[in-house]
Design a protein around this ligand. Structure first.
Ligand SMILES: [Fe+2]
Length: 216
């Protein structure tokens, strides 16, 4: 598989501080459109998408056909923008309409990634690593947050990888709404091809990097 070159966005140190083009405009729209818990979940998934991209780049696992890092992250950020108000009953099919309320648009590539987070509702099955990442990580962010909530400190910084993995694999009643089967599909060789523990580790560490922004 052809990896991206060492002059990638990662090597240049871009995006770690989440400053990709027009991000603030999208964040402002999300803030107005979403309840706080969904807004925080959106920031968490944005971070996971960035962290997964970085992991694959560092490990030579992305072809040049994959979307750019900012497309991965923007899709994570915006995937639930229509999970509110008049759009909620038809989520996630009104992404473009919700964005249009704020005069915003997205590329078809970003829209496809967003669609892939809910194949049953959109008909878009994951077709690249960006799309598999959003599909597998969406529900994991909620599980990780739920684990943080049971720690006395309620801080992501204190959450141990082993404790998330244990609750994912051995405690189905914990955060029972978690779509565990989707998370576990990270092992699919045609998708992410990552062991569950590695996948959780990448997402947990990515969320820790943005913990201040999501109040954990
Ligand atoms: Fe979501």
């Amino acid at each position: 598989m052809t990896g991206r070159s060492a002059t990638s966005e990662v090597a240049k140190g871009l995006i770690k501080n989440m400053d990709y083009k027009d991000r603030q405009k999208y964040v402002d729209a999300l803030k107005k459109q979403l309840e706080l818990n969904i807004f925080n979940h959106s920031l968490a998934l944005e971070a996971c998408m960035g962290g997964l991209f970085d992991y694959f780049i560092a490990n030579g696992g992305l072809t040049d056909l994959e979307p750019k890092k900012e497309e991965w992250m923007l899709a994570g950020l915006l995937h639930d923008i229509d999970f509110s108000g008049e759009f909620k009953p038809t989520h996630p099919q009104k992404t473009l309409e919700a964005l249009a309320k704020y005069g915003l648009t997205i590329s078809e590539t970003v829209h496809n990634i967003i669609k892939a987070h809910a194949p049953d509702l959109t008909g878009r099955k994951p077709q690249n690593k960006a799309e598999w990442s959003i599909f597998c990580a969406d529900s994991l962010t909620g599980l990780i947050m739920a684990v943080a909530f049971v720690y006395p400190s309620r801080k992501l910084a204190d959450v141990k990888l082993s404790s998330v993995v244990k609750r994912l694999l051995k405690e189905p009643k914990f955060a029972a709404g978690t779509r565990r089967e989707e998370i576990k599909m990270c092992v699919n060789p045609e998708g992410l091809n990552l062991p569950i523990e590695k996948f959780v580790e990448i997402c947990l560490n990515s969320m820790k990097e943005t913990s201040e922004n999501i109040g954990l």
